[in-house]
Design a protein around this ligand. Structure first.
Ligand code: UDX
Length: 432
């Protein structure tokens, strides 16, 4: 079976690599010639643990190739996956121009029956949109089907998630077409749900928005904990032990970032608006997420008596650990506010510094976690990298001018940190 994957971002590159690992012949296509040249030479455009090794092995085995020629790659394939980005546009609606452009080009490569699978996160109705664009642009009268197969992988654990999916969702016009796509996953899971196309498209938005809702709910509870003296960690444990709720995605912190949750909540809201449904629950989920870093900054401002002339260290720039992705990362909101109010910021991340420089050039980027503590009035932990959990806090405290530690992810024990001499603050815990 020959597969063509269009788009070599997190979803496309990981999906293509795993399919080649499962034994299919895969060509990964991208219009970015630099990216494709790099991939041909074994240079990964993203950081994802284990990806390079898998790419190298499958390229060597002759099952994985890279190309900028979409039309001829489609021609040689049985199933074509659309994995291009759908970033939020100005009004919060997902930007569909890449999906549209790719659909037009796919039409030119359709020389016999093929299945076109959409893996990009897209609004309800995109399956039909892609079908009609392809139909209008066909260069010869061939049959084809469009399928929706949303992706649920997380950055940082993308390879593991793709090899161990909780479920595979396939939205198809009929069962036969759905089962053809399902067969690609047969060695990975028995939990395949074949749905209609609209439901598959909505499952992706609903899943991500629900997870974001869990996070915002606990963040709102964390605000209440700070006011009442309750401890959000104890509340989380008690709430999460109810099997109907589950303990995952209940960690209070600075809020959710990344390329999916903020965008998909907005996308769901936008879809609701299009159909005149007031999905105000999602408004609140996003509002809590915006307020969380503001509440955190307000406490820091109060502790330091303002930011003017202060020197502040920031640990962690990636939106979460084990990725160099900084999209919608909370560090940038925080650094922008600190710099605007007159602080000097020393920032460190194990791998996201290059990306961060472009995003926030006014910060000073340093080479080690300890360098970010030198003579600072406060240190803020934004991303819970393992390296920070294992830091030598004796050294950290000695480097700092004032031992003020703001933990934006609740990763340290408040008592231990106080015993080590820190003025320690975290989120929703009885330590403030
Ligand atoms: C998410 C979904 O999990 C994945 O299924 C989908 O395909 C893409 O979107 P990702 O954005 O890679 O994956 O990261 P995830 O691990 O889900 O974390 C998202 C954000 O939520 C991060 O900013 C993280 O710090 C935050 N988070 C997560 C919390 O604040 N608390 C939690 O309990 C969990």
């Amino acid at each position: 079976m020959n597969l063509c994957i269009i788009g070599t971002g997190y979803v496309g590159l990981v999906t293509g690599t795993i399919f080649s690992h499962l034994g299919y012949n895969v060509v990964c296509v991208d219009r970015d010639a630099k990216k494709i040249d790099g991939l041909k030479q074994g240079v990964m455009p993203i950081y994802e643990e284990g990806l390079k090794e898998l790419v190298d092995a499958n390229v060597a085995a002759g099952r994985l190739t890279f190309s900028i020629d979409l039309v001829s790659s489609v021609r040689e394939s049985d199933i074509v996956f659309i994995c291009v980005g759908t970033p939020p546009g100005k009004d919060g609606a997902p930007e569909m121009k890449y999906v549209r452009a790719v659909a037009e080009e796919i039409a030119q490569g359709l020389n016999d029956y093929k299945i076109v699978v959409n893996k990009s996160t897209v609004p309800v109705g995109t399956g039909e949109l892609v079908r009609s664009i392809i139909q209008e642009n066909l260069t010869q009268p061939v049959a084809f089907d469009v399928v929706s197969n949303p992706e649920f992988l997380r950055e940082g654990t993308a390879i593991y998630d793709t090899l161990n999916p909780d479920r595979v969702v396939i939205g198809a016009v009929n069962r036969e077409v759905g089962e053809k796509v399902a067969s690609l996953y047969q060695t990975l899971t028995d939990t395949v749900q074949i749905t209609d196309i609209a439901s598959a498209e909505l499952i992706k938005y609903a899943s991500n928005s629900f997870l974001a809702t869990k996070i915002s709910f606990m963040n709102a509870v964390s605000a209440l904990c700070e006011l009442t003296g309750a401890d959000v960690e104890q509340v989380r444990e008690g709430v999460g032990q109810d099997k109907r709720i589950g303990s995952a995605f209940l960690n209070a912190g600075l809020g959710f970032g990344g390329s999916c949750f903020p965008k998909d909540c907005l996308g769901l809201l936008h879809t609701a608006k299009r159909y005149d449904y007031d999905f105000h629950l999602m408004d609140s989920v996003l509002r809590v997420n915006e307020e969380q870093p503001l509440r955190f900054l307000a406490r820091l401002r109060e502790v330091l008596g303002g930011f003017e002339g202060k020197r502040i260290g920031v640990w962690g720039l990636a939106f979460k650990p084990n990725t160099d992705d900084i999209r919608d990362g909370k560090a940038f909101e925080i650094m922008a506010a600190l710099i605007k109010e007159g602080a000097e910021v020393l920032a460190y991340d194990p791998i996201a510094i290059d990306n961060s420089r472009k995003e926030q050039p006014a910060a000073t980027y340093v080479d080690t976690a300890l360098d970010a503590c030198k003579d600072v009035d406060a240190l803020i932990l934004v991303t819970e990298w393992r390296e920070f959990k294992e830091a030598d806090f004796e050294e950290v405290r000695k480097s700092m001018r004032l031992p003020v530690l703001f933990d934006g992810r609740n990763i340290f024990n408040p008592k231990e940190m106080r015993d080590k001499g820190f003025l320690y603050y975290s989120i929703g815990r009885a330590d403030a």
